[in-house]
Design a binder for this molecule. Structure first.
Ligand code: EPZ
Length: 423
């Protein structure tokens, strides 16, 4: 297993290019299962999760190969109907195969994803919507077995906002007979990106980006040919990197229009933003001011940037309150931040972060994707060396993060470490 060794205390100065969005690429890859032909996605990030989704598509008979940031997915011979536990347990987003398989093949056997570090993460809303469209759902041996001769359009009111739930139901509705209306739909930009790609392939979707998405089913979709949108969570992570190291980063391809809540909070904390012909220059000169934040569905503050903002707040010149409303266990980074010297008190889903003057390097452990990004950020500001173990979490969602940080002056190196319990 790899670890990252970060020597902190150096302001980041340089350029960073934002890659394609993981959480847009994954549903877009699954959406190719709705088609029969040669699909192409460009600006695809080189991530562990993208490779896992590629393996899942392979097992379903959708041959695919990647060339640089392009992935070619040929679904002409795709006959598979099963997403096996071995793959789904490593990546919950595999559940995105469910909607397309039921819609295209009339049958799907998808392993229940199981929980993960940040929460139980059920898929009851995905199943509720598919049942409303006429799917017979049976749970057996940890698998969802879903069957429907032909899905029929339905009106679905989701009990809560779910990103992949909305995506699964939009994809299923594309090939249903009749019109579907999905209420309380997720408004995330990644949902809009998926809908745009589907519309370009012949789907009839309106309301993407609003809480009510209407889909008029069609018989067939042409293959997808789409450029994945830039990753707003990666962009927000590098904005915090500039702020926490009191450096100056020129960030290119940052989807600023999708980051209003994040930029607003960072500006409140004293981080400065300047649009220039070379890109967005993000800088800071002094300790961040305390800002309070509450995560929420888009366009609220994204839960996927909560841990990163908390790293910045560890050094604030007062006291900040962070509330997590989306996942029930998304403070796994707190005990690790404390090992670096942070002063954080957690009560339920609220963390009070009393700023400290300085963090000190230590051995810490990554627990999930965004918590590992938070530890990298804190390590960049900490005095001395920080060893971050289980860095495979990071590789799931951040393309070449050590290279990108290194190019901006960070001292980051990857090292191997013995598996737990071995010398
Ligand atoms: C997507 O996960 C993202 N993943 C997550 O990013 C992100 O944190 C999350 O949306 C929220 O924005 C992808 O897009 C691949 P949800 P998703 O369904 O769709 C509950 C990352 O770091 N819920 O919007 O799985 C659920 O437990 C990842 O890139 C139900 O109760 O999240 C959670 O509390 C982490 N029943 C809340 O809703 C359901 O049927 C929101 O979950 C579905 C969800």
């Amino acid at each position: 297993m790899d670890k990252l060794v970060v020597t902190g205390g150096r302001p980041l100065v340089g350029r960073v290019r934002i890659s394609g969005a993981k959480n847009a690429a994954l549903p877009l890859m699954a959406a190719c299962l709705l088609t029969r032909g040669k699909n192409r996605l460009t600006n695809v990030p080189g991530l562990r999760d993208v490779r896992t989704m590629g393996r899942l598509l392979d097992t379903l008979g959708a041959k695919n190969h990647t060339r640089k940031d392009r992935i070619y997915i040929d679904t002409a011979e795709a006959r598979g109907e099963e997403a096996p536990y071995e793959l789904v347990k490593t990546m919950r987003a595999s559940v995105l195969a469910l909607g397309p398989l039921v819609a295209r093949r009339g049958r799907a056997r998808v392993s229940l994803p199981g929980g993960c570090a940040i929460g139980e993460r059920p898929i009851d809303q995905h199943l509720k919507g598919l049942e409303a469209m006429g799917t017979k759902i049976v749970l057996e041996e940890g698998y969802v077995v879903a069957e429907a001769k032909r899905l029929k359009g339905a009106e679905i009111s989701l009990d809560l906002v779910t990103v992949t739930g909305t995506e699964n139901l939009v994809m299923a509705a594309c090939l249903a007979k009749g019109t579907s209306v999905i209420k309380n739909a997720a408004r995330e930009p990644e949902v809009v990106d998926l809908c745009q790609a589907l519309i370009n392939a012949g789907a009839r979707i309106s309301g993407a980006g609003t809480a009510t998405i209407t889909v008029e089913g069609v018989d067939e979709l042409s293959p997808l040919d789409h450029r994945v949108m830039p990753d707003r969570i990666e962009a927000g992570t590098y904005m915090v990197a500039a702020g926490i190291t009191r450096g100056e980063l020129t960030i290119t391809e940052a989807p600023l229009e999708h980051l209003s809540a994040v930029v607003g909070k960072l500006k409140e904390a004293g981080v400065r933003f300047q649009q220039t012909p070379k890109g967005l220059v993000v800088s800071a000169r002094r300790a961040p001011k305390p800002v309070n934040l509450i995560t929420g569905p888009y366009p609220g503050f994204p839960t996927d940037l909560q841990a990163q903002l908390m790293a910045l707040m560890a050094l604030n010149n007062g006291s900040a309150v962070v509330q997590e409303t989306i996942f029930e266990n998304r403070f796994m980074h707190v005990p690790e931040l404390r090992r670096l010297g942070a002063d954080i008190e957690v009560t339920g889903s609220t963390a009070v972060v009393k700023g400290v003057r300085q963090l000190k390097g230590a051995k810490v452990m990554a627990t999930d994707l965004r918590a590992s990004a938070c530890l990298v950020l804190a390590a960049l500001a900490a005095e001395g060396d920080t060893h971050i173990s289980r860095v495979y979490h990071l590789d799931r969602g951040y393309e070449k993060i050590d290279q990108k940080l290194g190019a901006a002056g960070a001292k980051v190196r990857r090292a191997s470490e013995p598996a737990p319990g071995k010398k």
